[in-house]
Write a protein that binds this ligand. Sequence first.
Ligand SMILES: [Zn+2]
Ligand SMILES: [Zn+2]
Length: 181
Amino acid sequence: MIVRLKRVGDVSTELIYEAADAIASEYGLKVIVDPFKVEPPMETFNWERLQYLASALTMKLAQEKARGEFLVFLVDADAYESGLNFVFGIALPRIGAASVFLKRLRPSFYGEPEDWNLFVSRVRKEVNHELGHLIGLDHCPNPRCVMSFSNSILDVDRKSENLCEDCKLKARELLATWEGS
Ligand SMILES: [Zn+2]
Ligand SMILES: [Zn+2]
């Protein structure tokens, strides 16, 4: 399996390469950065909430997905899912595509001064989290594990960008089954 990363909206080259590095370092997968940017599909925008519907956006963008790859979108926008006020990201393992939404990962969203390193570390965690779901990992009770569920930005900041030992073992097994298929 390879991972293809794609920018949606105004996402910097530097940021997408950080995301690529996080995935390659944690999962040992080959990561390809798509040089093109696409615009988020407006038909998945909710004009009352002023947010994208995460699953619809991801499904729409994943229509161009090739076999043998996981697709991960870095989306410069805010998104929600039914029953949730917002999501930092979403993974659709059955179609092999995931999105990470940047708006609520920026310190400025919380009235904090811009902090590139903090922003990057949050993005690295969220892409590793969604990729974990794509390969088949569930949420993990270990609060330091990147697969722990994040309800708020405090949860994101509390966890590391790495899998705990249990999840690492599971990931290795799951990746072996992917390679065999
Ligand atoms: Zn999750
Ligand atoms: Zn874990």
